[in-house]
Design a binder for this molecule. Structure first.
Ligand code: SF4
Length: 300
């Protein structure tokens, strides 16, 4: 039995990169410090901020909201759950989100795809499910931003962890999306969007799940039926194999990307000036924002 390197109690996690084993309470303290340090280092939350936490009810966002409530931040927390309208999946995760926010005493709002575009995702995908995740992602960003505005939030926090960040870097390469890889454009988007922050971006999914289990935060939940269509699901599987064989791979991808951007220096490419969508008044690059462009295509 592995024991904690700090107190000799039974260890719950042995970090394969640092080779440190920790018991439940030392591991929880280490995880919370890691999140607090990330928030400080990237100056994610200014004093008196009102932070809207995207709370899907899944493991990452559940851990995020729970940890943020423990950090003694000079900020007010509220939670937003987006109901995409996915049968036999969303009901349970929404129930988990409602229960958590009630337990923590956090103001909670549920916004659905039907609220913002009149139909649930299942109906939007009735013809083809192949684009499920890109359609879902676009509409979810819109729903989250709409609800955050209505709740006067000054930051939107999402539960993306290091695995998600590493997957995104690889997916940009796989798609040949060099603009995103190099972030070589300037934009006025920061003036129009509520800034988004990812306080778990330095924590692996493995550590996040371990924190959730140790602190009894997680309940068994179903998987989204559209996951199988996502490129991300395949990248996640392959990256998981690499991480297992070569611990530290994901950290290297994420920090390598940061070093690349630092070497490239401030963005010097095309200036992308954003305006306001003709249909919904949300920030938009073109006549319509990404969500309304998608919906207009659906209506044809
Ligand atoms: Fe949406 Fe795809 Fe996630 Fe399902 S797996 S909730 S369709 S992004």
């Amino acid at each position: 039995m592995a024991v904690c390197d700090l107190c000799g109690e039974r260890a719950v996690l042995r970090d394969p990169v640092n080779k440190v084993a920790l018991c439940g309470s030392h591991f929880s303290a280490w995880y919370e410090d890691c999140v607090a340090d990330t928030i400080r280092r990237y100056r994610m939350i200014p004093p008196k901020a009102r932070v809207a936490v995207g709370l899907s009810g899944g493991k990452d966002s559940t851990v995020l909201l729970s940890v943020l409530t423990k950090l003694g931040l000079d900020a007010e927390l509220v939670a937003i759950t987006v109901d995409e309208g996915i049968a036999n999946y969303r009901e349970d995760t929404i129930a988990a989100a409602v229960s958590l926010s009630q337990r923590l005493g956090i103001e909670h709002r549920i916004i659905s795809f039907s609220d913002i575009c009149g139909k649930p995702l299942d109906e939007i995908l009735a013809v083809s499910s192949k684009q499920a995740c890109s359609i879902c992602g676009t509409l979810r960003r819109r729903a989250l931003h709409t609800a955050a505005r209505e709740m006067d939030a000054t930051r939107i926090a999402t539960g993306h962890c290091m695995d998600d960040e590493a997957q995104s870097v690889l997916m940009n390469y796989l798609r040949g999306d060099i603009t995103r890889v190099a972030e070589n454009y300037r934009t006025n988007a920061a003036e129009l969007f509520i800034p988004r922050i990812k306080p778990l971006c330095r924590c692996t999914e493995r550590a996040t799940v371990a924190y959730g289990k140790v602190n009894r935060l997680l309940v068994p939940l179903p998987e989204c039926p559209y996951t199988k269509y996502a490129l991300r699901a395949k990248v996640r599987t392959e990256l998981g194999v690499l991480e297992y064989k070569y611990p530290g791979t994901m950290y290297n991808i994420v920090t390598g990307q940061e070093r690349l951007l630092a070497k490239l220096g401030p963005a010097i490419g095309e200036v992308v000036v954003m305006g306001v969508c003709e249909r919904c008044s949300q920030p938009a690059r073109n006549r319509l924002c990404a969500a309304c462009t998608l919906l207009e295509r659906q209506e044809r």
